[in-house]
Ligand binder design. Sequence first.
Ligand code: HEM
Length: 403
Amino acid sequence: MNAPVPPTPPRDFPIRRGCPFAAPEEYATLRTEEPVARVTLPTGRPAWVVTRYDDVRALLSDPRVSADIRRPGFPALGVGEQEAGARLRPFIRTDPPEHTRYRRMLLPEFTVRKVRAMRPAVQAIVDGVLDDMLAAPQPADFVASYANAVSTSVICELLGIPRENLEFFRDVTRVSGSRTSTAEQVAEALSGLFTMLSDLIAERRERPGEDLLSRLVTDRLLTGDLTMRELLSVVGITINAGRETTTSMIALSALLLLRRPDLLEELRAEPDLVPSAVEELLRVLSVADSIPLRVAAEEIRLSGETIPADDGVIGLIAGANHDPGRFPDPQTVDLRRDDNHHLAFGHGVHQCIGQQLARLELEIALRTLIQRVPTLRLAVPYEEIVFKHDSATFGVERMPVAW
Ligand code: HEM
């Protein structure tokens, strides 16, 4: 008699990208053979991953699915994130009605009208950052000197935080977003951030300004709508969620365009194409691939598979955005793609609050770069560029450039 065949252990997750400008190749196999697949997370825990566009959308809009990080099955990708998150409870990792309360406070700050009014300020920031980069010795690290400087300065402008601490913010997100950080390291990084913010909040109590932080202090903290701890959490998540994602998008977009002179030429010849190019780059690059972490609060079925109650499940954004059933020829970068309803900003109640601001930043950062630095080039061979594989957001670690 043959011995029983042992079950194949679930594959490890995250799955690495081969090409930085596409979803991991294995997602295509999963999408056809196992669209709802069992995986083992770096924490050693099991979870499910979902790779089809329709399934990811259905998952993220299903009220039976929870984003509450305190649930034991929550599929955090690092032990540090799970433990620190359960303690601090950023609202991105909570459910309605608690989540709705925070979201309602922030939404009016990110309307299309409010973001449109920020255009001159964002353009001034981008011009200033570029002036500084061009005045500095070559080669420069594009990630630090441009991508991070733009995204962090815009968040600082929005919140009314002094801009001198660009590196400090970068370090906080690097530690708190890394899968390899311990709970203590995450807590220490965030406590540094909270100390800095507490000092600013004390100042705004005395002398409120025209910024978001002042409005939150005056309208929410002083009225008792928010406790100090809740205010710190709201501001902290806005900084963390808005910085690294936008930095990664600016840097990866520039790198892709440097690798594809034909696309760069197309944009240079037709600058009005930039907004549509931004949508395509958001789809193709899908930097927030494994940010939507969820738990099935009840049993759910997707593509014929049953996910039992209390199991963790991740809606893979790069999986959805490269689904050939939804986007014809998904690997092709088509700057004029029609019907580009990608899920780069998620879907459902947690859909990105800052998406209009992110679009504005990307548009201005790319257009200005293309217009003002036509000689931009990599200062090292492409093969030496280091990518960020172990962070919540996929991105570029360093990118030496010259012009
Ligand atoms: C949520 C992506 C920029 C603030 C999200 C989510 C995604 C995302 C996928 C949903 C997470 C989930 O479902 O669990 C991105 C990308 C960006 C970007 C790709 C840049 C290209 C920004 C900016 C801000 C921001 C600039 C603010 C200044 C937030 C906040 C949430 C969020 C506060 C939580 C929303 C909630 O839970 O209700 N983002 N984001 N993001 N994002 Fe963004």
